[in-house]
Structure formats: C-alpha cells, structure tokens
Design a protein around this ligand. Structure first.
Ligand code: C2E
Ligand code: CA
Ligand code: CA
Length: 871
C-alpha cells in the first residue's frame, strides 16, 4: 500500500558503519544471532514504517539461517527503496532488516512482502541473538492456515518498548523475484488492506457486470463479438485477481497448482479474446486487410501460448507471455488509429479506450523500473487503465447496438415502403392490363381468362362465345375525332352493360367487385359468353339487345350508325379453349354467310384456314426432318452497355407451295398438335451451332431461344440443351430461354419447378410477351427469370397512347424492383426507341434496329454495328 516517501526517509537511520556489525556478527556466531542496533527500522507511535533492508543472493539455495547470519557484512546489498526486483531467477534471496521500537508502549507489527506470487517464504525473527519465531508461507503451499487471512506474505510480531529484533526472510520463487518489504503497525496495515480491497472489489464487480451484460447480449443476438468481449474481460479479471492472489484465497485455496496455472492462462486468454474482439469490432477483414493478417497471426500465436501456459514450465511460460504481451499490446495500440483513419467509427472508440490502458501499462512499467514514484496511481495504473478501457469499449458496443437497431428499423421501414409501392404499382398495372381505360369494361385478357375458367369449372356444359364489332368505328374516328369517338364508345359500353344485366343466360363474373358480362376485346369489338343450356327463349332477348346496337346512336345532335357485325362459336363443337373460340367467333363474323343483322355461327367448312391447318403440320414435320426450315436472328441492343448483348432465334419456313408461312400461323398449331417438341429440338441445335459461329467474332454474345410450355414440361429439354452445348463448347449462361407469360401460366406449379430446375443449371430465363395476356403477378414474381420482354402491342402505341405509357412505366418499375432486365420488343421507330430509353428500358429489339435476318447477314450487320445515338 501507499507509502509516503517523506515517511520512508524519516523512518530510516542510515550511515552506521557496517564493519562494526560484521565484527559483532563474527563474534556472536554460533548459537546466537547478532543484530545491528544502530541501523534499524525505528518504529514509533506514529503509524507506518517503511523499511530498508539488506539482501543477499544464494545462487545454490543451500545456505541455512546460521550460514546467512554468519555472512560477512560486505556480502549484503543495501536496498533503500523498500522494494527491489531481481527478475526471473533460480537463486534464493535472503532479506535482512532490523526493527526497533522507539515508543514507550509495546507495538504489534506486521512485516509484509507485498507480492502474492512468491512460492516459498520463511520469516525468521531474531531477538537478542535468539531465534524467536520461524514462520513459513508462500503460494506453493495451500492457502490456509495463514497467520493473517490475506494473499500477501505476512508475519505478525510484537516489540516491547525499546526492543530490537532482526528479521531474516528467505524467499524462493519461480517467476519474478519481486521483493517489496514493508513493516506496518497492525492497525495501519488492516486499514490499508481494507481500502485496497474496497478498490479491488469495486473493480472486480464492475468487470463482472460488464461480462454478464455482454454474455446476455451474446445470448440474445448470437453475435460472437459480444462473447469475445466477455471472454477478454474475463481474462483481465482473472489476470488481476490471480496476480493479487485473491482468486487463490477465495476460489481454490487448497490447490496451489491451479493458482500457478491460473495466472499463466489468464494472459493468453485476455490477449486471444482481445484480438478476436478487436477484429470483429473494427471489421479489419474489410477495413484493413493487412492489419487483419497480423491479427490472425496473433490469434494463432496466442493459441500456442495458451497451450504453452498449460504445459510448459512456469518460467518458460511466463517468458513467452511477456513476449506475447509486448506484441499484442503494440498491435492493438495501432489497430484503433489505423481503422479510425480508414473511417471506422468503432476505431475512434477503440483508440480512446486503449489509451488509458496503455498509460496504465507504461505507468506500471515505469514504476517497476523506478522512473515513477510508488503511489496509489502507479501501483494500480493497469487496473484503472483496464477498467476505463472496459468501460469505454462497453460504450462502443452500446453505440454499435444502438446503431444496428436504428439501421434495422430503418431497413424494415424502407422494405415495407418498397413493398407497398410495389403492391400499388402492381395493382395499377393489373388494372391497366385488364381493363379498358376508355370504357371501363374488362378487356380481352380478362375475357379469355373468364371463359377458360368457366370451361374448366363446367367442362361438360354448353356455351357460346359471341363477338360484336362496330365496323364503322375507324371511319367515325376519322370524321369525329378521337375524343368524341371515345365518348361514343363509352356510351355504347354503358348501354350494353345495362342491357346485358337483364339476360339471365349471360355468363358473368365478379371482376373487381362488379358483375361483368360484357368484355371489350379491342377498341371496336366486344365479347360475351352465353350459357346455352340456360337459353329458353330462342335467344329472343339477346337478339333484342343486339338489335339496339343497330339503331343509330345520338351524339352531339348527330345520329351515328355503327354498322355492327356479330359472330359466335360454340363450346365444345368449335373449340375447347377461349383463344380458339374467340378466333372462331371472329371467323364466323367475317366469313360465315349470314344476313347483315344476324349472327354468323362458326362452321368448319367456312373456315378457309381449318383444312389447310391439318396438312400444314405434316408438312412442317417433314420440313423439320429434312432441315428445310431456317432460323433468322434478331439482335437485342443493351442501352447501358451500348452493345449488342444477344440475338433471338426466330424460325422461318418456306413452304414449297404456300411460300413463306408466318410462325404465328404454325407455331400455335404445332403447340396444339405436339409438333412443337420436334420444332424446339431442331431450333435448339441450330441456334447453338450458329452461336458457336457468331462467338468467333463476338465472344460475349448470348442466344435467345423460344420455347413453349410443352417443351418445358418435357423431361428431355435439359438433355437436348446440354448435348448441343457440349458439342459446341458453350456454357448454359450463354443461352436465354424465352417463354411467354401465358405459357408459364398453363400449369403453374410444374412450370415453376421446371423453370427453377433450368435456372439452377445456369440457363437464363426471359418472360416473353409480357402484358399481352392475363398474368398473375404474384406468380410472375416467383419465376427465376432475369429478363422480361414487354409485348409488342404495348410498344406499338407507347408513343401515341398515354394509357400505354402508364402501363409501360409501371411494368418497368415493377420489373426492376424484381431485379429483371426489361426488353422492349417490336421497336419500329426512333421516336419509340427514345421514349423507351427515357422510361428506363434496358434493352431494345425491333425492326428499327434490325430485322430478323440470316446468320451471314447478321454477321455482316454485327461487324458494322455502331450504337445508335438516342441523346
Ligand atoms: P416473339 O417471340 O415475340 O418474336 C418476336 C416477333 O416479332 C417475331 O415474329 C419478330 O419477327 C417480330 N418482330 C421483331 N421486331 C419487330 C418489329 O419491329 N415490328 C414488328 N411488327 N414485328 C417485329 P415472328 O418471327 O413472326 O415470330 C412470331 C412468334 O412465333 C414469336 O414471337 C414466337 O412466339 C414464335 N416463334 C418464332 N420462332 C420460334 C421458335 O423457334 N420456337 C418457338 N417455340 N416459337 C417461335
Ligand atoms: Ca421471343
Ligand atoms: Ca415476344
């Protein structure tokens, strides 16, 4: 405990000739021990006495008390400061001091070697040449019994007034020979001990709270950082508690062996977890890779050190730990500033936290080397420093916790907002894609969807799809203008909706909260579905309604003739699917012979396409077999990269008699009849072969191949693809499979599984013709696609219709928020291209850029390609 230097000087009487003592000693040698009367620590009534002492080193450790007493005086070294250290040594050290009571009362004294780590200490008290007391203590013995219940090496003894006694203390220890000797008045000793313990246990208590808090945080958050910190602080706690001997006294008094290892182990533990904690807190792996390497090396070293602490001899382990402490300290000393400079906020905390500890270590070292005086601050500098460090780092962790929570809340709010925005955009998009914005009637997408659903619900029923077209609408538009025509169509739609509600056999569906019976198929045509089984009046009422359409309509004092035409196709006779029934109803309207105001009913014999369709498939199959089909390629231009990123393969077929047949006229038929699998196989092989050719000039080019739902559901598709890819040495990521959204909807679950399989193999997927059909956006969202192609119909009037522009913009936003790239297909004009670029489209495709063309032509085109300027 603190010793006042003034005291020390006043307590010592220095300068008595040693030679006199030596002679005396020599004379008294034998059974009696001499004492140096003049050169004594004089204790009086005033409180504490510090001490000077003499020391003698016994390298062999063989001397016993008589040998030591008989030593010639010049062998003794005077230690004035009351404390000396001799490093790690195997020598035995003898201390000698003389104490004299100058007071008029007897005094009770305590001699203290204030270092708890000494292995073996024997106090000898000599009074008047006689050995009075021998007291043995040290931390290699079990803690108890002790004269005084305290970890330091203590001896209590009394002095009568004027009495003089000499103390010889034999000390033997592995580890550092640190010898701070003090002589206390008993009450002063106990009050000093009480004060010291208050301080220590405040420190231990604070550290324990920090440990518990961080363990609790670790258990809740499962973030290792907090565990490391708790363990590092535990290392500090163990280090100080064991170096002061408190852990020995309180936790394992019967196991001196454990006590020795506890101190050794505490050092690598505190270093190891401090470094791990520092790495995690400062994120050195990211913020400073070089520092991180050093830290990892340090971690490895500390693990070795920990093993050494358990296995090596005490001295070797202590030496290793000292080296480690030096490196560890310097490393963490620079870690704070380095990461702080790199912009890590925790780096600032760490720097500030590490400073008091560094000061503490320097103060302790300075005290040990004699640069700083012995006082409360220097003696406890490391503990104060480490306590402050732990406190500041706890603040840093709290700061981090707070920030992370804030960030999390902000991120949650943000994702909620995005989700809301996406939902809004989706419902707007669905609305725009399924409702006619002029008339407010559900559109063709919804009609097909409604019809198909009804036919699925009631496959054995009998139905009729009816269509009506206002044939004069274009003419009216030209003469009356867009606005008036819009009003006219709206008026007709309203009337039809009211009239249709009176017909019990019209199929209706609840769409967006209202019962819908009339659907708008295009600007000038309408559709409805009749449940034939419910018709009991021979269509009398329906005809009456249709009759009204034939009357001139009054608009702005004009009577306008609409010249409607009607057609119908029956389920199941004329088709089993909505698309086919609608097509056939149109065919009937245009071709079937019927009176002007009558409804044309479909019949196969009038369908000029129908008979031809049957032979067409046979011809197609042969053409595919004999390689008489061809592929044309149309480039996709990326607006960001300003390059051609890929081409789409489109089949071309020149029929020997019919000439060029458009894919639209045979691909759907091929899908119906199953010929599509053969077509796709052929197209895949040809396209991949040609891609290998194209890549000689354009190594990064990708190939898009159209596939149908049927292909997707066939298990052969991956094999076909991989065989071709292997043959030509191309990676799956070079292939984009284009699938229309309607195809993907046919058997949603199986399609999704198949698409996920293909995506997993590395193929890219593209949703084709987006916006042309009835799509379930929630389903679309699940598709593992990377690209979405806006249907040509949307692009067609993107530069003329506000409505379309809204759809395109919302579709773009939604697709981007799902991470898709968006291709606009069918771009025919520069004006449309500019507009689409402006709206944020990623890629363009269309006649404006390049028509689909043969491989050779494409190569020429590609080699001369310059990005169009759209500024
Ligand atoms: P798609 O996949 O949407 O292909 C785009 C169609 O738009 C192509 O018609 C293309 O020639 C045409 N096109 C491209 N740019 C423009 C433009 O600026 N204006 C206009 N008006 N049209 C443009 P194509 O080649 O007649 O093919 C029609 C459909 O047939 C394709 O639509 C695709 O669904 C299908 N198809 C074509 N080849 C294949 C094939 O090899 N396999 C499969 N399963 N289907 C194919
Ligand atoms: Ca396509
Ligand atoms: Ca398309």
């Amino acid at each position: 405990m603190p010793v006042n230097p003034r005291h020390r000087r006043s307590g010592f009487v220095i300068g008595t000739p040693l030679t006199a003592c030596l002679i005396l000693l020599a004379l008294c040698a034998g059974s009696a021990y001499g004492q140096d009367m003049a050169d004594a620590v004089r204790v009086s009534q005033s409180d504490v006495s510090a001490v000077f002492f003499d020391v003698w080193e016994d390298p062999a450790g063989a001397a016993d008390l008589p040998d030591v007493v008989a030593l010639p005086e010049h062998e003794w070294q005077r230690v004035d400061g009351g404390s000396d250290t001799f490093g790690i040594t195997s020598s035995v050290y003898w201390l000698r001091t003389v104490v004299q009571n100058e007071a008029s009362q007897p005094v009770s004294l305590i001699a203290e070697l204030a270092y708890s780590q000494l292995d073996h200490v024997v106090f000898h008290v000599i009074d008047n040449g006689k050995l009075q007391v021998t007291h043995e203590t040290g931390d290699t013995l079990p803690f108890y019994p002790r004269q005084i219940d305290h970890p330091n090496m203590l001896l209590a003894f009394d002095l009568a007034p004027g009495q003089v006694r000499t103390l010889y203390i034999r000390v033997e220890t592995a580890g550092s020979m640190i010898l701070p000797l003090k002589i206390w008045h008993e009450p002063a000793f106990f009050s000093a001990v009480a004060n010291e313990q208050k301080f220590h246990f405040f420190y231990y208590g604070a550290l324990s709270v920090i440990i518990l808090i961080n363990l609790a945080v670790f258990l809740t958050l499962r973030e290792k950082l907090y565990l490391y910190y708790a363990l590092a602080v535990s290392g500090y706690l163990l280090f100080f508690a064991s170096i002061k001997g408190y852990s020995f006294q309180l936790l394992y008094p019967d196991w001196p062996g454990l006590h020795a290892r506890a101190l050794l182990v505490s050092m690598p533990i505190l270093a190891l977890f401090s470094v791990l904690f520092c790495r995690a807190l400062l994120r050195t792996a990211v913020t400073s890779p070089r520092l991180d390497v050093a830290m990892r090396v340090m971690v490895a070293f500390e693990i070795v050190n920990l093993i050494a602490a358990l296995t090596l001899s005490y001295n070797a382990a202590v030496t290793l730990s000292s080296v480690s402490a030096l490196v560890f300290f310097s490393l963490l000393f620079i870690a704070g500033p380095v990461t702080w400079a790199a912009g890590v906020r925790a780096g600032a905390f760490f720097t500030i936290a590490w400073t008091p500890l560094t000061i503490g270590v320097l103060a302790t070292a300075g005290r040990a080397l004699g640069f700083f005086p012995e006082n409360f601050l220097t003696e406890n500098a490391m503990q104060i420093g480490s306590g402050l460090e732990a406190f500041i780092l706890t603040l840093a962790l709290a700061d981090r916790l707070y920030r992370e929570r804030e960030e999390k809340i902000r991120a949650q709010a943000e994702s909620l907002r995005q989700e809301q925005a996406r939902n809004e955009a989706q419902s707007r998009l669905t609305q725009a894609m399924t409702w006619d914005l002029v008339t407010g009637l559900p559109n063709r997408n919804l009609f097909e969807h409604m019809v198909d659903e009804q036919l699925q619900r009631d496959p054995t029923g009998q139905y009729m799809v009816g269509v009506a077209r206002l044939t004069r609408l274009n003419e009216i538009n030209r003469t009356l203008g867009m606005d008036r025509t819009d009003r006219l169509v709206r008026q007709i739609a309203d009337d039809m909706r009211v009239l249709a509600a009176q017909l019990p056999y019209l199929q209706w569906q609840e769409e967006d909260g209202s019962q819908e019976r009339v659907y708008q198929l295009s600007r000038d045509s309408f559709g409805l579905l009749v449940n034939t089984r419910l018709v009991t009046d021979g269509y009398g009422e329906l005809n009456a309604v249709l009759q009204q359409l034939m009357e001139p309509v009054a608009l702005d004092q004009l009577a306008i003739e609409l010249h409607p035409k009607f057609g119908a196709a029956a389920y199941p006779e004329h088709g089993r699917q909505a698309a086919e029934l609608i097509r056939n109803a149109h065919v009937a309207m245009e071709i079937a012979p019927h009176d002007r105001f009558e409804t044309g009913i479909y019949a196969r014999e009038y369908d000029i396409y129908s008979e031809a369709r049957l032979t067409l498939m046979t011809d197609l199959r042969n053409a595919l077999l004999n390689d008489r089909t061809d592929l044309h390629y149309q480039p996709k231009f990326c607006l960001h990269e300003q390059t051609i990123v890929g081409v789409e393969a489109l089949i071309r077929w020149h029929h020997p008699e019919r000439g060029w047949v458009a894919p639209a006229d045979f691909v759907p038929l091929a899908e119906e009849t199953g010929v599509i699998t053969q077509l796709t196989r052929w197209a895949i092989n040809r396209a991949i072969r040609d891609l290998a050719t194209l890549r000689q000039g354009q190594p990064a080019l990708a190939m898009a191949i159209n596939i149908s739902a049927r292909d997707l559901l066939s298990s052969a598709l991956p094999d076909i693809l991989f065989t071709a890819l292997d043959t030509h040495g191309i990676e799956p990521a070079g292939i984009t499979l284009e699938l229309t959204e309607t195809a993907a909807m046919e058997d949603p679950e199986r399609c999704l599984a198949a698409l996920q399989g293909l995506a997993g193999m590395g193929f890219k997927l593209s949703i084709d013709d987006f916006g042309s059909g009835y799509s379930s956006l929630s389903y679309m969202k699940q598709l593992p696609a990377s690209e979405l192609k806006l249907d040509r119909s949307l692009i067609d009037d993107v530069d003329t219709s506000d409505n379309t522009r809204v759809i395109v913009r919302t579709a773009l936003n939604m697709a981007h928020s799902l991470g898709y790239k968006v291709v606009a297909e069918g771009v025919e004009s520069e004006r449309a291209a500019r507009l689409l670029a402006c709206l944020g489209c990623d890629r363009l495709q269309g006649f404006w850029l390049c028509q689909p063309c043969e491989l050779g032509q494409l190569q020429t085109w590609l080699s001369g390609f310059k990005p169009p300027s759209l500024e």
